[in-house]
Design a protein around this ligand. Structure first.
Ligand code: ZN
Length: 135
């Protein structure tokens, strides 16, 4: 059993932004030399999450951001004094982590799937913890 943990910096440029990081994650899998196992991607933040969705049409990313903004408006009624409650709620809805199977030395993703960082209170410097384990 082998394992590798890396911290991946991600710079975001908008308050709300979805960024494809599939290549960076796959590079860590390659570096680990693991051909069969799992890859865990974890966001160490309270207003930034990770998801898997379509990476072909950029409108999908925009629709996710817009749909969440309609459901959890920035100027809605919240208690948290920091004024970024919409970002906290969106982050919890999307979730802090992913587990992806590694098969034949690569991330097992569907043709149209990409691993994405979801920024909800940027722009900021973010860090993802990535742990690869297997043989
Ligand atoms: Zn806050």
């Amino acid at each position: 059993m082998k394992s590798l943990t890396e911290h991946v910096p991600v710079t975001t440029h908008e308050r709300e932004e979805i960024i494809d990081i599939t290549r960076q994650i796959d590079a860590i899998v390659q570096k680990s030399g693991i051909t069969s196992g799992i890859c865990i991607i974890f966001s160490t933040h309270t207003t930034c999450s990770v998801t898997i969705n379509e990476n072909a049409d950029p409108d999908v990313k925009a629709d996710i951001i817009d749909g969440l903004a309609r459901t959890f408006p920035r100027d809605g009624h919240y208690r948290h004094v920091e004024g970024n409650s919409d970002a906290h709620v969106k982050t919890s809805i999307i979730g802090p982590s992913l587990t992806v199977i590694i098969e034949h030395g690569h991330l097992l993703l569907g043709t149209w799937q990409g691993i994405m960082v979801c920024e909800f209170d940027g722009p900021r410097s973010r860090t993802l913890a990535v742990h690869v384990q297997g043989e």
